[in-house]
Design a protein around this ligand. Structure first.
Ligand code: ADP
Length: 248
């Protein structure tokens, strides 16, 4: 996709730490409603790329545009989150002592109207949205449980639900299936594929079975730039990708 159809557009993005180039003229275009898997060896620049998109790290050079027009390099982290870019880090961070229901409600934007029946309708709308999110992440039957009592996989899904509750346009997900069982991994692939029907999603992941199950375009980073990009079969058989990453 071109700039005008992109949700995320990186062009010539470079980041150096003490002279070491973590990103080296990285260019990548992600289309509206696209899901993209990012793979690559440790130190390839995957985390730095996510940090640049979310405003945690400012690039030394290059353009980072959201929705074809918004210059993310000019914004701070809070403003970027406000635009509708949600990030999930590798470890689950949920409110352990709250119920699944309350975790989603706490994540939702806007004031929570309690008490007065005047606001009853608004609470019902919120409840409907919450139920919708729980349905999407497969936790509807667990809504009254404490987050602390969920499995590791369920906590990850809950946190993905908390991101969805903020109504993002773009979701950045960092190694979601690390530590999951095979069944949970499979369910996570289905869950993200369902979310990708209505959101753009970028997933950083090492588990190649999972990446295959996502069924999306794959970008392999190496030394801060794109080594290979395309369908999983193309990328996973690319000689350079095998050499620097898969053949480990
Ligand atoms: P990946 O996520 O693909 O493993 P990273 O983006 O974390 O790669 O790291 C890319 C390179 O940049 C690594 O060599 C790492 O050591 C270096 N790096 C990342 N962040 C910093 C930092 N804050 N200070 C110094 N070096 C860093």
């Amino acid at each position: 996709p071109e700039l005008t159809q992109s949700i995320l557009y990186l062009d010539g993005v470079s980041v150096s730490f003490d002279g070491f180039r973590a990103l080296n003229s990285l260019s990548m275009v992600i289309g509206h409603g696209e899901m993209r898997a990012i793979i690559g060896p440790n130190g390839a620049g995957k985390t730095t790329m996510m940090d640049v998109i979310t405003g945690k790290t400012r690039p030394d050079e290059g353009d980072v545009l959201f929705d074809g027009k918004v210059d993310l390099t000019a914004l701070d982290e809070a403003s970027i989150a406000e635009l509708g870019i949600g990030r999930k880090f590798q470890k689950p961070t949920v409110f352990e002592s709250h119920t699944v229901d309350d975790n989603i409600l706490l994540a939702m934007k806007g004031p929570r109207s309690a008490g007065s029946s005047l606001f009853g309708w608004r609470n019902r709308v919120r409840d409907d949205e919450k139920d919708q999110v729980l349905e999407t992440v497969g936790l509807k039957d667990h809504r009254r449980r404490l987050a602390a009592d969920l499995s590791h996989g369920q906590k990850q899904w809950l946190e993905i639900g908390m991101l969805l509750a903020q109504d993002p346009k773009l979701l950045l997900v960092d190694e979601p299936v690390a530590g999951m069982t095979d069944a949970e991994t499979e369910q996570t692939a289905e869950l993200l594929a369902a979310i990708a029907k209505t959101h753009a999603v970028v997933v950083v992941e090492h588990d190649m079975h999972f990446v295959r199950a996502l069924g999306c375009k794959v970008t392999c980073l190496h030394e801060g730039s794109v080594l290979a990009e395309g369908a999983i079969d193309q990328v996973s058989t690319n000689d350079r990708v095998v050499e620097v990453y898969l053949g480990r």
